[in-house]
Design a protein around this ligand. Structure first.
Ligand SMILES: NC(=O)c1ccc[n+]([C@@H]2O[C@H](COP(=O)([O-])OP(=O)(O)OC[C@H]3O[C@@H](n4cnc5c(N)ncnc54)[C@H](O)[C@@H]3O)[C@@H](O)[C@H]2O)c1
Length: 350
C-alpha cells in the first residue's frame, strides 16, 4: 500500500519542501493551503506560484483549497484520507503582524492546530503528527542571557549557552508577541495530545527556517527578503541592536529530512529545537557581507534605532537533543550555499 501524508501550508516554504520530499519518495501527498499568506502580507506573500509548481512537478500531489480554521472540512478530509502522517505547517507566521490581527493569528495558529489534532485523534491516532512550532515560544527570555558585543555580532558570554538554547529553557514570564503566545498555545496542545492521548506528536521549535521557495517579505522570511532587497537594490531596514542580532538558519530541506526521520521512528509528546545551530548562525551585518559577495551589489540599508518588540538579540538553537534522539540526522546545507540558492531562485522567479 502507498503511504499517504497530509501537509498543511503546502504552498509555503516548509510545506512545499515536505511535499517534494515525500512525493519524491513515492508517497501520495495531500496538501492544504488557501493562500492566506497573500491575505496576511499582500501580493509579495502570494504562494500560488509555488502551489502551481508542485502541481506541475508531482502527479502524486493533490491540492485541497481548505482553511485550517474550518473544523468541519478538516475533519471530513482527514476522515476521508486517513493519512499515515500529518505535517502541520500552515500558520500566521509573523511576530510583528499578529498585533494588528489578533483574532486571525489565534484562530489560525491555535484553533487551526486544535482542529487538526482532534481530527487526527478521531480518524488516525496512530499517525505521527509533526507541528512546526517556533523559538518564539521562549519569548524574549533568551535576551536575559549575558552577552558580549563582538565586531559584527552579539555572542553569549555565559558558557552554559555556548551550544545555544536548549528545549528546557523556560517558556513563560517573558514577552512573546501575540504570535509567540498563539504558537505556545498550539505547542502545548500538540504535546498534550501526545501525553494525554498517547499520540506520536512532535513540536519543532524553529530558529530561522529558510530556502529558495520562501515568498519572503519584510515581516517574515529574513534571509529571503534580505536577498531580494539586495537584488532589486531596495533599502533594507535594520531594526535595532546595531544590526548585530544573530539568528541560526536552517535550509528547508534539512527540516524535511528531520521530519522524515521522525515519521520513520516516531516518539510521543516530543519537543525539539531545530535551526542551523552555531555553524549556520549569522548576524544581519554579516549577512549583508555574504550577499554582497554573491551578487556583487552593495547592500542598501537604513538603521531604525528601535528593535522589534520582543525580538531576540542572539538566538542559536541547541541541537544536542535532536541529534541525540536522531543521530542519523544533521545539517547538510551550509549558509553560503543556501544564500546562493535563494539568490538564484529570486532570479528565476523574476
Ligand atoms: N520561516 C521561518 O523562519 C519559521 C521560523 C520558525 C517557525 N516557523 C513555523 O514554520 C511553519 C511554516 O513556516 P513557513 O515559513 O513555511 O510559512 P509560510 O508562510 O511560507 O507558509 C505557510 C503557508 O500556510 C498557508 N496558510 C496560512 N493560513 C492558512 C489557513 N488558515 N489555512 C490553510 N493554509 C493557510 C499560507 O498560505 C502559506 O502558504 C509555521 O508554522 C511557522 O510559524 C517558521
Amino acid at each position: 500500500m502507498v503511504n499517504s501524508i497530509l501537509v498543511t501550508g503546502s504552498s509555503g516554504l516548509i510545506g512545499s519542501e515536505v511535499v517534494c520530499f515525500f512525493a519524491a519518495a513515492g508517497w501520495h501527498v495531500h496538501g492544504i493551503d488557501n493562500n492566506m499568506r497573500a491575505d496576511f502580507f499582500g501580493r509579495p506573500g502570494d504562494t500560488r506560484w509555488n502551489q502551481m509548481r508542485l502541481l506541475r512537478e508531482w502527479t502524486n500531489f493533490t491540492h485541497h483549497e481548505l482553511d485550517v480554521r474550518d473544523r468541519g472540512s478538516i475533519d471530513q478530509l482527514i476522515n476521508q484520507v486517513r493519512p499515515s502522517a500529518i505535517v502541520h505547517c500552515a500558520a500566521q507566521p509573523s511576530h510583528d503582524l499578529a498585533a494588528s490581527r489578533p483574532f486571525d493569528d489565534f484562530d489560525v495558529n491555535a484553533t487551526g492546530t486544535l482542529n487538526l489534532l482532534e481530527a487526527a485523534r478521531r480518524h488516525c491516532p496512530e499517525s505521527p503528527f509533526v507541528y512546526l512550532s517556533t523559538n518564539k515560544v521562549y519569548g524574549d527570555a533568551p535576551n536575559e542571557i549575558e552577552l558580549v558585543e563582538l565586531e559584527s555580532r552579539w555572542e553569549y558570554a555565559d558558557p552554559n549557552f555556548t551550544n545555544g538554547i536548549p528545549e528546557d529553557f523556560r517558556i513563560d514570564h517573558s514577552k512573546h508577541s501575540l504570535f509567540g503566545a498563539s504558537k505556545v498555545a498550539a505547542d502545548i496542545m500538540v504535546q498534550e495530545y501526545g501525553r494525554y492521548f498517547g499520540m506520536p506528536t512532535c513540536c519543532l521549535r524553529g530558529g530561522c527556517l529558510t530556502g529558495p521557495n520562501h515568498s519572503g517579505v519584510e515581516l517574515h522570511g529574513f534571509l529571503s527578503f534580505l536577498v531580494q532587497c539586495n537584488i532589486e537594490e531596495r533599502i533594507y531596514r535594520v531594526f535595532g541592536y546595531k544590526g548585530k542580532q544573530v539568528r541560526d538558519n536552517i535550509h528547508s530541506l534539512d527540516v524535511a529530512k528531520f521530519i522524515h526521520c521522525f515519521i520513520a521512528a516516531p516518539r510521543s509528546a516530543e519537543v525539539y529545537n531545530i535551526g542551523g545551530g552555531r555553524s549556520n548562525s549569522i548576524s544581519i551585518l554579516e549577512a549583508f557581507k555574504v550577499v554582497t559577495d554573491i551578487s556583487g551589489k552593495p547592500m542598501r540599508y537604513e538603521y531604525v534605532d528601535a528593535p522589534r518588540n520582543g525580538d531576540h538579540i542572539c538566538y542559536i538553537s541547541d541541537l544536542t537533543k535532536i541529534r541525540t534522539h536522531y543521530p542519523n540526522w544533521g545539517i547538510t546545507q551550509n549558509l553560503r550555499s543556501t544564500l546562493m540558492e535563494i539568490y538564484e531562485a529570486w532570479g528565476r522567479r523574476a
